[in-house]
Design a protein around this ligand. Structure first.
Ligand code: FAD
Length: 470
């Protein structure tokens, strides 16, 4: 009998319990990744995520080969692919690390049942969240809806396990009667954009894969984390970890991040490090929300928001927001950073999202979908939960009437205009306050504001009042 390891959002050798436990068995092993675009309810990856996935799988494949193993790539309905591959390779054991989205859980539960009925032992492991969503419960026994008590409950829940080390050697690849099971070629999946190829900025910015993740983690822990409390708010500097796409694809495990922090701070965690850990807590919280509310991406968490009367945004206005042509420099710099690099600084994400949902009175799902398509860290829990946080419709959301003013935010967090200059060359020559209010300079190359801030703010507050009155 052989073993079958199905990798999903855990594209790493380090701290990969499914892989480590399978390797421990010592029998021939198949490692497979399935591109599933067919199963019911599974959300198709956005363009930037497809780019990332391609490079991540290429890196993983090389890492597995260096250990004497290989990565089998298959496209299709996951349940069908896994069951037929298991039969083909005479698998007696099936291993995976858990997923937490609704459709994904259904697929996994179905496969466990299938395995049990076919004499195959299926093992699943906790690898991608520090706290299993069903283990953290309020006093009344339900899931949490507020972040702070959730995170306190997590921290009180007990020790976080140590990461699994990278297995020394991996068992030889399992064969299927007639040699090794076939693998698709990565290129045949066409995950990379071709005409046009918009991925140059992504390639300049990122090194997908496990090595890139661990290098990033080390660089961050060696420096910026010490000033994270302040640095994380300054979009013009590299004050945050930029680990988000690596965590999204599981190229680094949260257990490894946690362990590295503890190794450096065995006794007391400095305040800035604690703030960083609490951001990891937001990731845990959003996955807790998604686990308990599988429709987070399509339905407002607060049901009354389903009656919100959104305005009607024209295609040109939407395009202006998407392309960074709103006339508000902070919003535009953020949207251009997103398009060029597949990532946007968190403070700017909040301002750009608030501008769309409130100043342009647009349904949060419109923005969520754009981010889903363009972010390399587009994440099934973090993206909708954060959009709903900004929109005021989420669990523990920012109150609706908190409307970010992009000019005030820009003056406060990018006072010298470094970030604005980097992404908006048209205004790079403006000095002092003018860079935050370029309309005062009457430039021809940069648009006038798409809407006036005070008026659009009033309109948003009126719409909210109407919802409250209804
Ligand atoms: P750091 O500041 O270094 O934080 C470390 C890690 O903590 C991050 O990598 C991330 O995993 C987690 N984290 C930090 N902030 C948050 C947060 N607010 N919510 C949840 N987890 C957080 N994050 C995503 O990972 N995927 C998304 O699709 C996503 N969409 C967002 C959409 C909007 C409208 C907003 C306002 C925020 C969104 N975020 C999303 C959260 C946050 O902006 C990013 O996680 C963060 O900017 C990633 O950069 P970093 O890795 O340098 O973060």
């Amino acid at each position: 009998l052989t073993s079958l390891v199905w990798l999903r959002d855990d594209l790493r050798l380090d701290d990969n319990p499914a892989l480590s436990e399978a390797a421990h068995l010592g029998v021939p092993m198949t490692v497979v990744y399935v591109l599933d675009e067919e199963s019911d309810g599974v959300r198709a990856l956005g363009g930037a995520s497809r780019w990332w996935l391609h490079h991540s799988l290429a890196a993983l494949s090389a890492d597995l080969e260096a250990k004497g193993s290989r990565l089998v790539l298959r496209r299709g309905k996951a349940a069908d692919v896994i069951s037929s591959l298991a039969a083909q390779t005479h698998a007696g054991h099936l291993f995976w690390n858990r997923r937490y989205g609704g459709p994904e859980r259904d697929i996994d539960a179905g496969l466990k049942e299938w395995a049990a009925g076919n004499g195959i032992e299926a093992f699943s492991f906790q690898a991608n969240l520090l706290f299993e969503p069903w283990t953290i419960r309020t006093g009344a026994g339900g899931p949490y809806k507020v972040y702070s008590p959730f995170w306190r409950a997590c921290l009180a829940a007990g020790d976080i396990r140590d990461p699994f080390d990278v297995p020394q050697d991996l068992p030889e690849p399992a064969s299927s009667g007639r040699g090794l099971p076939a693998s698709d070629s990565l290129g045949s999946w066409k995950l990379l954009p071709t005409s046009p190829d918009w991925s140059g900025g992504l390639a300049d910015t990122w090194v997908p894969g496990e090595k890139g993740a661990l290098d990033r983690l080390t660089d961050f822990l060696d420096g910026p984390i010490e000033d994270y409390g302040t640095g994380r708010n300054i979009p013009g500097t590299e004050g945050t970890s930029r680990l988000s796409p690596y965590l999204r694809f599981g190229e680094v495990s949260p257990f490894r991040v946690w362990r590295e922090i503890r190794r450096r701070h065995p006794r007391q965690v400095p305040a800035d490090v604690g703030i960083f850990r609490s951001e990891l807590g937001w990731r845990e919280f959003n996955w807790h929300l998604l686990y308990h509310n599988p429709e987070l991406a399509t339905r407002s968490f607060r049901p009354d928001f389903e009656k919100f009367e959104w305005g009607s945004l024209s295609r040109q206005e939407l395009a202006a927001w998407q392309q960074g042509q709103t006339g508000y420099p902070l919003v535009d710099a953020g949207m251009r950073q997103l398009w060029q690099t597949g990532w946007m600084h968190n403070r700017v994400r909040m301002a750009a999202a608030s501008f769309l949902v409130k100043n342009l009175l647009t349904d949060w799902r419109v923005g969520e979908q754009w981010f889903w398509d363009t972010l390399v860290d587009a994440d099934a829990a973090n993206n909708p939960a954060n959009w709903q946080w900004v929109a005021g419709s989420g669990a523990d959301a920012s109150p609706y009437y908190r409307i970010f003013n992009p000019v005030t935010q820009s003056k406060k967090f990018d006072a010298g205009g470094d970030y604005l200059r980097r992404f908006i060359p048209e205004i790079a020559g403006l000095e002092g306050k003018a860079i935050h209010e370029p309309w005062t300079a009457e430039l021809e190359s940069y648009p006038q504001p798409l809407v006036e801030l005070p008026e659009s703010r009033e309109r948003a507050l009126d719409a909210y009042q109407k919802l409250k009155d209804s």
